[in-house]
Design a protein around this ligand. Structure first.
Ligand code: ZN
Length: 130
């Protein structure tokens, strides 16, 4: 129980950002559900944000701490297992997750790889949930 609380606290800066986006999503026609200890928002402002990520307008979902932002409920269903891997990564890396993820993308890109698909955080997520 204490370990679980610690994981939520460690990831909480990103969860707070996800909740802020999620609250705006709810005020703009979006929905929320709780699944596997994660709040998943879809539609409204959440969809607007996800469609503007550097990964493109077909991106299904995006994880911030213990929140997931998705375009639709179907896209949340599609991406759920993959995004849960990212939730576990936020639990491990906490406040360092953003710099670590972006730094890994830059490092991979500088070495001639693909900034998104060759990023080790994505490699782990796609290995578990293709
Ligand atoms: Zn991913």
């Amino acid at each position: 129980m204490i370990r679980r609380a610690g994981r939520y606290a460690w990831a909480s800066p990103y969860t707070a950002l996800g909740l802020a986006v999620g609250l705006v999503a709810l005020a703009t026609g979006g929905r929320v559900r709780r699944l596997d200890g994660v709040l998943e928002f879809s539609g409204g402002f959440a969809k607007w944000v996800v469609r503007r990520l550097p990964t493109g307008k077909n991106t299904a979902a995006f994880t911030l701490g213990h929140t997931v932002l998705g375009q639709t409920i179907d896209s949340l269903d599609f991406a759920h297992t993959h995004e849960l891997v990212h939730v576990r990564q936020f639990e491990r890396w906490g406040p360092l997750m953003g710099p670590a993820y972006l730094g890994a993308s830059v490092w991979v890109w500088l070495r001639g790889g693909r900034a998104y698909r060759d990023n080790p955080f994505e490699v782990e997520a796609y290995r578990i949930a293709p």
